[in-house]
Ligand binder design. Structure first.
Ligand SMILES: Cc1cc2nc3c(=O)[nH]c(=O)nc-3n(C[C@H](O)[C@H](O)[C@H](O)COP(=O)(O)OP(=O)(O)OC[C@H]3O[C@@H](n4cnc5c(N)ncnc54)[C@H](O)[C@@H]3O)c2cc1C
Length: 448
């Protein structure tokens, strides 16, 4: 146990995926946590969320009953030809669990959120259950007294405040980050298809593939269909991307009235007829606003920090948004655990910033590239022998190895040692083992 460890009273603004995860990590580390959520969760997003091994590993570390989230365990990534639907690039996940210790889960967001909420608030499990206060929208924080003011007039003081309040974060502004965001040239409509309905309509049962499937993405165009099976395969969640001149949804929020199916089909006259047939019976058609945020300069100020989309909102094309929020939560849990926290909150948050900002912003920039080139997407980025494989910079491409061979404990130890001015003698650099050869040709620790 680190000398100086003490129990903290932590306030988390935002009870989404990241907020619930950090509450779990912190209660397990021995702290008291209160989550303040602006909504009452009635409008939770009905779509899939993928959780690759780098996210799944923390769910297991936190003893979460992952089966409660009713995931589909993915067996492959498939990229299909836009017009014929024939597979053109595949990445098998057959040895994924064996290599990385954890599976690649595809959850339905509401089930994943409920699973995390049970772990954060439940009586069972390590530490004291976190408290959840809904209908508490954070309005302001006094950084000197660490006091949060909510729109409903409630005021609360905490030792540590975590802004997990999503892409439109209020906490981000309060700590002095005012992003200039711009609408992406790409737009997205999401729809759900019940597998049973597709089968009854005589269409292909894509759930049998247990795959994350993509149509298009090779042509440097914005058009792309992404299919994720969830709820044990009963539900097919479709993300349908197209150029902004085909439909502009930048100012339409998720949760408004469903869009008509004709609007969903309009940009796709040449799309493979099987998947087109699925989209034609799609329900709950909702726009997903895509805004580009360039990386922010920092994640912390005094005793406040940002977590998840509040700190590094990203395009969805690496399916890593939730995983990055989970990793942030894991880093906070480790840094404030009895083994590492010596009572100095500001120093722990400075290390959090050093550990999380480079990794999350690297994924953020790789997600922007994968928006128009699927070869940049983790997994497909390993298929470099395919004739049409082309990436912007082979040495900089993000690979599955970099995501999953990462050891956060070693990264934290290295950066904590630097902060304290003590030496670090481990065989890791930024959490990656020295000597590891990545498929992009980079060897960790070798001089360039
Ligand atoms: C439709 C959709 C599909 C997605 N699919 C994937 C996927 O397949 N894979 C993947 O990895 N990621 C996916 N993502 C992204 C992923 O959901 C986010 O990256 C992830 O949820 C980040 O977690 P978060 O806690 O930072 O934000 P959120 O989960 O968005 O939670 C933020 C919470 O803060 C609350 N809040 C906001 N403002 C305030 C305030 N002022 N005061 C108090 N509370 C506030 C919000 O109500 C919300 O509950 C998807 C996102 C969407 C919208």
């Amino acid at each position: 146990m680190a000398v100086g460890w003490r129990k903290l009273n932590v306030g988390v603004t935002g009870g989404g995926i990241g907020g619930m995860c950090v509450a779990i990590a912190l209660r397990r580390a021995g702290h008291e946590v209160t989550i303040y959520e602006r909504s009452d969760f009635a409008g939770e997003v009905g779509a899939s969320v993928s959780c690759a091994a780098n996210g799944t590993r923390w769910l297991h570390e936190w003893d979460i009953d992952v089966a409660k989230g009713d995931p589909v365990v993915l067996k492959r990534l498939i990229n299909r030809d836009w017009k014929t639907g024939e597979p053109i690039s595949e990445y098998s996940l057959d040895d994924y669990e064996q290599r990385w210790g954890y599976v690649y889960n595809m959850f339905h967001r509401q089930y994943m959120h409920a699973m995390l909420k049970d772990s954060a608030l439940g009586e069972e499990g390590k530490g004291s259950p976190a408290k959840l206060l809904v209908n508490h929208r954070c309005k302001d924080i006094d950084l000197d007294t660490n006091t949060i003011t909510f729109e409903n007039g409630v005021i609360a003081q905490h030792d540590l405040i975590i802004g997990a309040d999503g892409i439109g974060s209020a906490v981000r502004n309060i700590i002095g980050i005012h992003p200039t965001r711009r609408p992406a040239d790409q737009q997205c409509l999401h729809c759900n298809v019940m597998t049973d309905d597709a089968v009854k309509a005589g269409l292909v049962d894509y759930s049998l593939n247990e795959a994350l499937e993509y149509w298009g993405g090779q042509e440097g165009k914005w058009d792309k269909i992404v299919l994720s099976p969830c709820n044990g395969g009963k539900l097919l969640s479709y993300y349908c991307f197209f150029p902004r001149d085909q439909g502009d949804y930048v100012n339409q929020a998720w949760g408004a009235e469903d869009r008509p199916v004709e609007e969903l089909l309009k940009p796709y006259p040449e799309l493979d007829r099987q998947v087109f047939g699925h989209l034609a019976i799609g329900k709950e058609i909702q726009p997903w606003r895509l805004w580009i945020h360039d990386p922010y300069p920092y994640l912390n100020k005094q005793r406040v920090c940002l977590l998840g989309d509040a700190g590094h909102p990203m395009m969805p094309h690496q399916s890593q948004g939730a995983c990055m929020a989970i990793e942030d939560a894991a880093a906070i849990g480790i840094l404030f655990s009895p083994a590492y926290f010596d009572g100095n909150i500001e120093q722990s948050l400075a290390v959090y910033n050093k550990v999380r900002l480079p990794r999350a912003t690297r994924v953020q920039s790789a997600a922007a590239k994968a928006a128009y080139n699927i070869n940049e997407r983790i997994g497909f980025s390993n298929n470099k022998d395919l004739p049409f494989y082309k990436v912007e910079d082979q040495k900089n491409v993000l690979t599955i190895e970099e995501m999953n061979a990462y050891d956060m404990y070693r990264d934290i130890e290295e950066k904590l040692a630097a902060a304290k001015g003590s030496g670090y003698a481990g065989n890791f650099i930024c959490g990656l083992p020295i000597g590891l050869e990545l498929p992009n040709g980079i060897v960790i620790g070798a001089s360039a």
